[in-house]
Design a protein around this ligand. Structure first.
Ligand code: ZN
Length: 243
């Protein structure tokens, strides 16, 4: 669930509405954005993330997705930007633990380093989890991770830290770094192979189809998109998930 889509509805009402339809919030999107913020800006990101942790708890969402954040304009110090992510996580972790909400660190594709996420490799996200301690985990996304030659070993190493899995595909030549994802099976990522690794690592949580698609799906009717995604999933992934 994206927090900005609540459209003024209170969390209790949303939780009730979802429950009436047999649904629940698997994860709330999103907190973080620590990397770009020098102090005192970092404190503002920490405060905003703590508010999202409260909202996740009120919605009954087990996980808050943490977007690391990109680099501020003129900033060329990637190492310090990454250190700010670690500092931000350390600052919000006690509140997350107190609320029973896990922090799901999502590594981002390198082409989004400056724009969205200075944490790119799953290995780096796992290291951050170990620094933060209890209550931190990782969110795996095919779009962000397919290129990493060590991804199989890193998924195995992630094991119990895996809090979520986002399915989609990576087009051979994205026309937009953020909003041109391919449908499952239509790109160059091995979504089937990655899914096998995620399951082999012991992950048994929800598998979410996440396709930002301003050139294609976003202009189609929601029902048609749901049908396409269901059919893609059935054709490419279901056999892996339910052999
Ligand atoms: Zn994702």
């Amino acid at each position: 669930l994206w927090a900005d889509r609540l459209d003024g509805a209170g969390p209790a009402a949303v939780r009730r509405l979802l429950g009436d339809h047999g649904l629940s919030v698997t994860a709330l999107n999103r907190g973080g954005f620590f990397a770009a913020d020098e102090s005192p800006g970092l404190a503002a990101s920490v405060t905003a993330t703590c508010r999202m942790i409260d909202l996740a708890a009120e919605l009954g969402a087990p996980t808050l997705v943490i977007v690391p954040g990109g680099m501020a304009a003129e900033d060329r110090d990637l190492i310090t930007a990454r250190a700010r992510v670690a500092a931000g996580l350390a600052a919000v972790a006690p509140h997350a633990r107190a609320c029973g909400v896990a922090l799901g660190i999502e590594p981002f594709h390198p082409n989004l380093t400056a724009q969205r996420g200075v944490v790119n490799r799953l290995a780096s996200a796992i290291d951050l989890c170990h620094d933060v301690g209890l209550g931190a985990g990782v969110i795996l996304d095919v779009y962000h991770l397919w290129w990493d030659q060590d991804i199989a070993a890193d998924i195995a190493r992630a094991g119990d830290l895996i809090l979520g899995y986002h399915l989609c595909d990576y087009p051979r030549a994205p026309r937009d770094p953020l909003f041109d994802r391919a449908r499952i099976g239509a790109g160059c990522a091995d979504a089937v192979g990655l899914t096998r690794h995620v399951l082999a690592a012991g992950y048994a949580g929800p598998v979410e189809v996440e396709i930002f698609s301003k050139f294609d799906l976003w202009s189609r009717a929601p029902d048609a998109v749901a049908t396409l995604c269901r059919d893609d999933f059935a054709r490419h992934i279901r056999e892996v998930v339910q052999p």
